[in-house]
Design a protein around this ligand. Structure first.
Ligand code: SAM
Ligand code: SF4
Length: 329
């Protein structure tokens, strides 16, 4: 079958699957503190529907999957889904992004189901700031989750969202922690996907600013040569040979022209971009008796019409109607 290629020649082989829009914490750059409206249970794709969708996607060349949310560990029996998706022909890589709060409880079952790669979201090593950001007092649980995951043998990375005027004191301690623990810290520039419309360019701590801070305080960094140009993070290693850090610089260094990612929301809407305004209602096709061929054709047409990029730095930019937790970061 023809792969998922768009009008700009980009081939899409990387799929992010949101399995819930619910979350057990309330990061201010993602969710409002109160009154979040979640999807009704019957709107959420079942494991069987997700597996079928992944089978069709794999037949169109998708090779890499990432499970996300909301908080994916809130989805009951997640290891069952991990097993189902690992078994889909063509899938070569499966990873999960979590806030880590429930990780200590679930890590072993996820490992036993075949998962090997985890990204744990942690912006700070300071308990008070963790609470300020997440509006919950779960710092110790996240740290216990990271400990458990490493003990069990997962390859762990940490995702840290970089909000200017807030996390400057955290950048260097996180990089030091990563060096000590053999964990790559991935700093993610704050993106305009928060539910409360708080984003502004002035709140973005840029990759260049963070690289300068880390080099000054810890030691020189150099860009790792010959990286996959389609990976969202640019990786740097410490010149002393101990550890590396990555930067997802969506705002200061947009990477849209190399994008290979597509997404499905927990309620079954297909998206060709994190920032897309329009979505394809794939759940309707999954539930109305449509054939796999019809679903594949709809996906191909949707991806083909993908826009060139998000235009965040231009006057044309419009924030997507769904905030991050409902898209799946
Ligand atoms: N709950 C899980 C978690 O927090 O990792 C998975 C879903 S969360 C939406 C996925 C990632 O999105 C998080 O790791 C966080 O780093 C990132 N994120 C959330 N809101 C963001 C924002 N406004 N800008 C940049 N990254 C954001
Ligand atoms: Fe929850 Fe993840 Fe959003 Fe934080 S970033 S509120 S952990 S979904």
């Amino acid at each position: 079958m023809t792969p998922l290629v768009d009008n700009f020649g980009r081939t899409h082989d990387n799929l992010r699957i949101s399995v819930t829009d619910r979350c057990n914490i309330r990061c201010f750059y993602c969710m409002p503190e109160e009154g979040v409206k979640f999807q009704a249970q019957e709107q959420i794709l079942s494991f069987e529907e997700i597996e079928r969708f992944v089978r069709v996607a794999a037949s169109l060349g998708v090779r890499k999957l990432r499970i996300t949310g909301g908080e994916p560990l809130l989805r009951r029996d997640l290891p069952t889904l991990i097993r189902m998706l690992s078994a889909v022909e063509g899938i070569q890589d499966l990873a999960l992004t979590t806030n880590g709060v429930l990780l200590a409880d679930h890590a072993q079952a996820l490992y036993d189901a075949g998962l090997r790669r985890l990204n744990v979201h942690l912006d700070t090593l300071d308990r008070a700031r963790f609470q300020e950001i997440t509006r919950r007092d779960d710092f110790d649980r996240v740290m216990a989750g990271i400990d458990a995951a490493q003990r069990i043998g997962f390859r762990v990375k940490i995702n840290a969202v970089a909000v200017k005027g807030l996390v400057e004191p955290d950048i260097v301690p996180l990089a030091r922690f990563g060096r000590e623990r053999g964990i790559e810290i991935r700093y993610i520039e704050f993106m305009p996907l928060d539910a409360q419309g708080l984003w502004g360019n002035k709140h973005v701590l840029t990759a260049d600013e963070m690289i300068a801070m880390i080099s000054r305080e810890i030691g020189a960094l150099r860009e790792i040569p010959e990286q996959d140009p389609r990976a969202p993070a640019t990786e740097y290693e410490f010149v002393d040979g101990v550890g590396s850090v990555g930067f997802i610089a969506s705002i200061s260094r947009p990477f849209c022209l190399n994008c290979n990612r597509i997404r499905i929301t927990a309620d079954g809407h297909f998206r060709y971009c994190l920032f897309a305004i329009e979505e394809l209602d794939l759940k309707a096709l999954l539930r109305d008796g449509s054939s796999d061929e019809k679903i594949a054709a709809a996906m191909r047409a949707w991806v083909k019409a993908k826009w060139i990029g998000h235009e965040i730095n231009s006057a044309k930019f419009v924030a997507p109607p769904r905030p991050m937790y409902s898209i799946g970061g």
